[in-house]
Design a binder for this molecule. Structure first.
Ligand code: H79
Length: 410
C-alpha cells in the first residue's frame, strides 16, 4: 500500500463504519411541492422562479428535526443541498445575492444545518450542484471562454466559502457537472486540491468528473461496477425535493432494511433522502418509517456497522434471506421466516455457535458437509418491527457459500 492509499483508507475509516446517512434535499423548489427539477420540467421562466427567493420563510432551525430523526434512525451522517440546480445558495455567500441570508429566509441555513449535525453527533456533508440554472454563465460557459472563466471562478469561490466558514466538513458531494464536458474545463483537480487544503480530512465523491474518493450509484443499491468505496443514494418516496406522495409510494421500513442489507453486503453505504417541506418540516411518512429502522438497528446494528467483510458470494440471496459478514462472524438476515427449521445450502466453514442477534438467544443447529440446518426456532419471526430477524453465526474460520448447479451429480 502506498502513501496515498494509506491516507485514503484512514480518511474513509469512519465513513465505511458508519454505513448509513441521511440525504436532505431542500431549496426554493420545496414551495412548489413538485420536486427539485420543477423549474426545468415546467420551463418556469427565471424571473418568475426568482420570486420564490423572497417568499421562502422556513420556520426556525428545522435542521434540528432532521438531525434528531437521522440520529433516531441509526444514521451517522448527513448530506444537505447547499445549492441545487436551481442555483439558490442556502448559505450566506458573497458570490451572489441569490442566497438564504440575503433573501426570504434572512439567515444562513447551512450554518443552522451544521450546528444541528454537531448537536446530534452527526458528521457533516455538503451537496453542491455544479450545474446552475440561475447563474448567467451557468449554461453559456460551455460556449464562451470569458463566460467559462467567470463561472469557474464563481464555482471555486463558492466552494472556498463552504470549506472555510463552517468548521470541519466531512463530505463534499458534488452533483451534475454540466455543461462543461471535462474536468479540465471545470478545473476540478485544482478545485479539489483547494478543498483538501482547507479540509484535509474531507471525503469527496466522484461527480466533479474526477474519481476522487467514492462512487455514487443513484437509485439502485448495487456494487457491480465499483472496485472501491461506494455509496448508493436513494429517494424514499419517488422525489428528492418535497412532493406529497401516497403512502404506497414511500419505501417501507422493510424496504430500507433490504437496501441496507444489500449495501452492507457489497461493502457500500446507503444515503437515504428526505425532502423537507418549505417550512422545513420532515414529512410524517418519513418519520413513521425511519424511526422503526433505528429501533431495529439498536438491536441488530452489529450486522450493519463497523468493518464488515465484503466477498463476492454475498450476492447469494436465499429464498429465506441474505447475508452480511464481519470476519469470522456471518449474519443471516431472514426476511421470509420458514418456521421452526431453517436450512441453508452449500454453506462452508465450521459454525461454532448460532444465536438470534436481537436477543442473544442461542439456536440449535446441525451442520453436514454442505448444509446448515437451524432448529427449534420460534414458529413466527421474532422480529416484530419489520419481520426481519438476523441469525448470528460465529464460525471457526470465515464462512462462505457456493451455490450453483452440478452438485447432485457428485
Ligand atoms: O439531486 C438529485 C437529483 O436532482 C440529481 N441527483 C440527485 C442526487 C439529478 N439530476 N439529474 N439527474 C439526477 C439525472 C439526469 C441528468 C441529466 Fe442532463 C439530464 C443528464 C442528461 C439530462 C443535466 C442536463 C446533464 C445534462 C443535461
Amino acid at each position: 500500500m502506498n502513501k496515498a492509499e494509506r491516507d485514503l483508507r484512514r480518511r474513509m475509516k469512519w465513513w465505511r463504519r458508519a454505513r448509513v446517512g441521511m440525504f436532505v434535499h431542500w431549496g426554493l423548489y420545496a414551495q412548489l411541492e413538485r420536486g427539485e427539477w420543477v423549474m426545468e420540467k415546467e420551463r418556469i421562466p427565471l424571473d418568475e422562479y426568482e420570486k420564490l427567493a423572497d417568499t421562502w420563510k422556513p420556520k426556525p432551525r428545522p435542521a434540528r428535526q432532521w438531525a434528531r430523526l437521522a440520529k433516531k434512525a441509526g444514521m451517522k451522517y448527513m448530506v444537505m443541498t447547499t445549492k441545487h440546480h436551481e442555483g439558490f445558495c442556502l448559505w450566506d455567500t458573497e458570490q451572489t445575492d441569490y442566497n438564504a441570508a440575503a433573501r426570504g429566509p434572512g439567515r444562513d441555513l447551512v450554518r443552522e444545518y451544521v450546528e444541528a449535525c454537531r448537536e446530534f453527533g452527526l458528521r457533516v456533508g455538503f451537496y453542491y450542484s455544479l450545474m446552475d440554472w440561475h447563474h448567467p454563465d451557468g449554461w453559456r460557459c460551455a460556449r464562451d471562454a470569458n463566460s467559462r472563466r467567470r463561472f469557474v471562478d464563481f464555482t471555486h469561490a463558492c466552494l472556498r466559502e463552504l470549506c472555510s466558514n463552517y468548521g470541519k466538513v466531512d463530505i463534499l458531494w458534488y452533483d451534475i457537472a454540466a455543461p462543461l464536458a471535462t474536468p479540465e474545463l471545470w478545473e476540478s483537480a485544482k478545485m479539489n486540491r483547494m478543498v483538501r487544503r482547507l479540509q484535509p480530512e474531507i471525503i469527496i465523491n466522484n461527480r466533479s468528473e474526477l474519481p476522487e474518493d467514492f462512487g455514487t450509484p443513484e437509485g439502485h443499491v448495487t456494487a457491480a461496477a465499483e472496485g472501491r468505496a461506494w455509496e448508493a443514494c436513494l429517494m424514499s418516496n419517488g422525489s428528492w425535493g418535497y412532493q406529497p406522495a401516497p403512502p404506497e409510494d414511500w419505501c417501507s421500513t422493510r424496504d430500507v432494511l433490504i437496501m441496507l442489507r444489500t449495501a452492507t453486503a457489497g461493502g457500500g453505504n446507503l444515503l437515504l433522502n428526505i425532502g423537507p417541506t418549505a417550512d422545513g418540516s420532515v414529512p410524517q411518512e418519513a418519520t413513521e418509517r425511519l424511526v422503526p429502522v433505528g429501533n431495529w438497528l439498536k438491536r441488530n446494528g452489529e450486522a450493519v456497522y463497523g468493518d464488515m467483510t465484503r466477498a463476492d458470494w454475498w450476492t447469494n440471496a436465499m429464498h429465506t434471506g441474505g447475508w452480511t459478514q464481519k470476519g469470522r462472524t456471518a449474519y443471516f438476515w431472514c426476511w421470509r421466516w420458514p418456521g421452526r427449521r431453517l436450512a441453508l445450502g452449500a454453506v462452508h466453514g465450521t459454525v461454532e455457535r448460532a444465536s438470534l442477534l436481537a436477543t442473544g438467544r442461542p439456536v440449535e443447529f446441525e451442520q453436514t458437509r454442505d448444509r446448515l440446518v437451524l432448529k427449534g426456532l420460534p414458529r413466527t419471526s421474532p422480529d416484530k418491527t419489520a419481520g426481519f430477524t438476523v441469525i448470528k453465526l460465529e464460525c471457526k474460520s470465515r464462512l462462505w457459500q457456493r451455490r450453483g448447479i452440478g452438485w447432485t451429480l457428485k
